[in-house]
Ligand binder design. Structure first.
Ligand SMILES: [Zn+2]
Length: 165
């Protein structure tokens, strides 16, 4: 049985792609204070990355742990309508992977920052973002969530070595 009204469902669904979430604002604020300049939600890029840093050829996704199925305590599975949610949330993860792959093909570098990481923001978090921006890594979520993707990413990077400075 469906316990949500159509209005409630629309609201819930809209939260999946919500912009300017609190975790996202935390990351943006830090970047801005560090002097990084960026564009937001570029519609012309796969997955409309939350933060785009053209100078670093980098995009940053700030993912909500529940909607994007992070392996952490904030990503608990709903107890009702299990199948609906499994399908919905797994679909989100698959779409995230496809978007990251597409971005890498377009020569963007991709960092995933998780909502729970922004909650306990510390110097480790700052190091993670800094290291990513100033490295030549193609993709990094720091928690091996997209492991199968990393392999492909690594190969892709090997196929097109860029020795220019
Ligand atoms: Zn999390």
């Amino acid at each position: 049985m469906d316990v949500l009204t159509p209005e409630q469902r629309r609201y819930n669904m809209s939260r999946i792609h919500s912009k300017d979430t609190k975790p996202e604002l935390i990351v943006r604020k830090w970047l801005w204070h560090q002097g990084y300049r960026y564009r937001l939600h570029r519609k012309d890029l796969p997955g409309k990355p939350d933060i785009v840093l053209p100078k670093y050829n980098a995009v940053i996704f700030v993912h909500g742990c529940f909607w994007h199925r992070h392996n952490c305590k904030y990503a608990s599975s709903p107890v009702t309508r299990k199948e609906f949610w499994e399908e919905k949330l797994n679909g989100n993860v698959e779409r995230d992977k496809r978007n990251i792959q597409a971005l890498i093909k377009l020569n963007w570098r991709v960092l995933v920052v998780w909502e729970c990481e922004t909650k306990k923001w510390d110097s480790g978090m700052e190091t993670k973002i800094y290291d990513f921006l100033h490295s030549d890594k193609y993709s990094y979520d720091g928690q091996n969530m997209y492991d199968d993707l990393h392999d492909k990413v690594y190969i892709a990077a090997e196929e097109n070595p860029d020795y220019s400075v």
